[in-house]
Design a protein around this ligand. Structure first.
Ligand SMILES: Nc1nc2c(ncn2[C@@H]2O[C@H](COP(=O)(O)OP(=O)(O)OP(=O)(O)O)[C@@H](O)[C@H]2O)c(=O)[nH]1
Ligand SMILES: [Mg+2]
Length: 239
């Protein structure tokens, strides 16, 4: 799949403020600094679409980006930042858990895991929360350019080993690097296949994937968003 159009839609502070539910959505979640915004930029082909920062917690709102005018990538705030309680992952951010549990057009959650680290308790807790809540998700191991293949494979195997204890169908796994663009075509192919499969399964009239290079004028996009969804005041970003 080619990405010929990638535009920022809006930032939402809660579920009620999210834009209309007409487009398939693929959301990025993971620990602060794991590389969610960087992966979004890598997939979209626009390096400065979502804000990237070395300071954890830079993404604070639910940020929507429309690709090819037919589907959206959604950049979620990271967990494990500052004073977030680890005990109950569902509470780490009410807006995020509402979005993940209740958004009808959320086709897949991409749970991002740092490939350079052995299994982290907070990641395991969050992925378990996804599994317990029957949220469709895939695992994406990030920053593969920063680690050698052997320890990376060991970290991934250890993570999958921990998951296998839960008696769930093993999730699809991907590896990626925002730096080298490794994993881009695999992830975009998965997105295209998921849209096609979900369209027939859900009986939804999701438009065919045809690259449409000319995005709707900003004013038109804005009118579709519900009240409370903040469009980016150019050039400053609200998150
Ligand atoms: N080497 C390398 N660095 C990466 C990669 N992806 C992200 N980074 C770096 O990791 C840091 C965090 O990246 P972000 O994309 O902002 O991470 P995030 O998960 O969106 O963080 P929050 O918004 O704070 O939750 C930045 O300094 C990025 O440049 C990667 O694939 N390789
Ligand atoms: Mg971010």
């Amino acid at each position: 799949m080619n990405i010929v159009s990638a535009v920022f839609d809006c930032s939402a502070p809660d579920l009620d403020s999210c834009p209309d539910e007409s487009l398939p959505e693929f959301a990025f979640i993971g620990r602060s600094n794991v590389g969610k915004s960087s992966l979004l930029n890598m997939l979209s082909g626009k390096g400065d679409l979502a804000r990237v920062s070395a300071t954890p917690g830079s993404t604070r709102l639910i940020n929507f980006f429309t690709m090819n005018r037919h589907w959206r990538l959604v950049d979620l705030p990271g967990y494990g930042y500052a004073h977030v309680a680890r005990k109950d992952m569902a509470q780490f951010n009410q807006a995020v858990s509402d979005y993940i549990e209740l958004r009808p057009n959320l086709f897949r959650v991409f749970a991002l895991i740092d490939s350079g680290l052995p299994p982290q308790k907070i990641d395991l807790e969050f992925v378990e929360w996804l599994a317990v809540n029957s949220v469709p998700f895939v695992l994406v191991f990030t920053k593969t350019d920063k680690i050698k293949p052997t320890p990376m494979r060991a970290n991934m195997a250890a993570f999958m080993d921990r998951i296998s204890a839960w008696n769930i169908t093993p999730p699809q796994t991907f590896t990626c690097s925002a730096k080298t663009k490794h994993g881009r075509s695999e992830l975009l192919s998965m997105i295209a296949a998921t849209i096609a499969a979900e369209r027939s399964e859900r009986g939804l009239s999701v438009p065919d994937e045809e690259p449409l290079p000319d995005p709707a004028p900003a004013a038109e996009r804005k009118s579709k968003a519900r009240e409370g969804c903040v469009t980016r005041p150019n050039p400053a970003r609200p998150w």
